[in-house]
Design a protein around this ligand. Structure first.
Ligand code: ZN
Length: 416
């Protein structure tokens, strides 16, 4: 029996001529304002940061990591994911499939996917019903449908079968029991093929999901393809529901996706980059290990109001990083998360004032991130950006943050 979509009080608060939109909707744990960025707490915690210092509407936790061994029972015993994470606002869990599909030795059938345990080699099985059951027990506010995330370079015939399989799995997820408070989002796949994306949109949007996501991007296809997929797919997704771009990404990626009408994002980039020494500023990224910061007494970003920028100069952060002080991870993560939060706040403000295009251009110009010829020509700002160069080609995009997947292959990894 197909259940109707839930009343999430979804509202488009403002729309910009570019297609960017400011939205609002309700979950059982409060209001979500989009565009919004969701920090990732893979194992049930945002690494190195106290929950009270994570200012977000929604945070994300990974079903795969929270289902290993007896962890789901542990979360249940703790009173559910909100108590487990000490987080009283909204939580989203992914389906677990994304991690499983990256495992070597996986076997995908129409029923589901079997995969070997990394430790024992014993084979496990995950399907739509199992994913829904785990996510129901974890208790997040937003639950993701179980889908197949293809490799970006998978043969077209395979992607075609996979898109149809994802639609059938989506229907099985719709039929599964969830807790009353849980929203269920469907996922559009189709790799780099416009017609298969179109087919997936029709198949998924045909089902009464509470929100819709674009999956299968940021999996090594490269920036140009990602932008193209989002530009093609986003405007065709249902208007009256949240639109979530999974696993993306860098600040410039978010601004581009917002332009095409996406509302929600998640990525490990801010926190993972922070721990690795890369800090975001309005004037571009900086590597705290750089010698030029050794005696730099300025804050990381003079316009940032975070605790780190208010209390520690770059030279001290650099010292803490080299001294391997855990405090560095905390300060750097707090800063990068604040940067993403400010970015979303500024984007929402620009949409409300219907000046998103001007905001986007001036932001990129100051940040210096429009290193993609595709993006620059699309925006017509290439002349203003002297350091224009093609971004790393798809075959070598490993520098982009990899996923929270349990094991990495040598090929480019996604960002979740
Ligand atoms: Zn800061």
């Amino acid at each position: 029996m197909t259940k109707p979509a839930k009343d999430i009080a979804f509202e488009i608060v403002a729309e910009d001529p570019t297609g960017a939109r400011r939205v609002r909707f309700e979950t059982a744990h409060g209001q979500v304002e989009g565009p919004t960025f969701m920090p990732v707490g893979t194992q049930g915690a945002i690494k190195a940061v106290l929950p009270r210092d994570v200012y977000a509407h929604v945070i994300l936790a990974n079903t795969y990591h929270l289902s290993l061994g007896d962890r789901t029972e542990l979360v249940e015993k703790a009173g559910g994911l909100h108590r487990f994470m000490n987080w009283n606002k909204s939580i989203l869990t992914d389906s677990g499939g994304f991690q499983v599909f990256s495992l070597p030795g996986k076997e995908v059938t129409d029923d589901g996917v079997s995969f070997p345990s990394e430790r024992s080699g014993q084979r496990y099985f995950l399907d739509a019903e199992a994913s829904m059951d785990i996510q129901r027990r974890l208790g997040a506010d937003i639950v993701m449908a179980f889908d197949e995330c293809c490799d970006h370079d998978a043969p077209r015939r395979y992607v075609e079968r996979s898109v149809d399989r994802t639609a059938r799995w989506a229907a099985r997820c719709r039929a599964a029991d969830l807790a009353d408070h849980q929203l269920l989002f469907g996922i559009v796949q189709g790799a780099v093929h416009d017609d298969l994306r179109q087919r997936s949109i029709e198949q998924i949007a045909d089902q009464p999901f509470d929100g819709f996501a674009i999956g299968g991007v940021s999996v090594g296809e490269g920036y140009e393809w990602m932008t193209r997929i989002v530009a093609f797919t986003a405007p065709k997704m249902p208007r009256d529901r949240p639109r979530y771009l999974m696993g993306v990404g860098l600040p410039e990626d978010l601004l581009s996706a917002i332009r095409h009408g996406m509302d929600m994002f998640d990525c490990v980039i801010p926190t993972r980059y922070a721990r690795g020494g890369t800090l975001f500023t309005r004037d571009g990224k900086l590597r705290i290990t750089d010698r030029r910061f050794a005696h730099d007494d300025r804050p990381v970003d003079v316009d940032c109001t975070c605790y780190a920028c208010q209390s520690y100069p770059r030279m001290v952060l650099r010292h803490l990083h080299y001294a391997r002080e855990p405090l560095y991870d905390t300060l750097a993560s707090i800063h990068n998360l604040q940067f993403y939060r400010d970015l979303m706040t500024d984007a929402r403000g620009a949409i409300s004032e219907r000046r998103y295009d001007a905001f986007h251009r001036s932001w990129l110009k100051r940040y210096g991130a429009a290193t993609s010829i595709y993006e620059c020509s699309a925006l017509g700002v290439d002349a203003a950006l002297p350091e224009l160069a093609p971004r790393t080609p798809p075959s070598t995009t490993t520098a982009r943050a990899s996923s929270t997947k349990p094991r990495r292959k040598k090929k480019p990894r996604p960002q979740r």
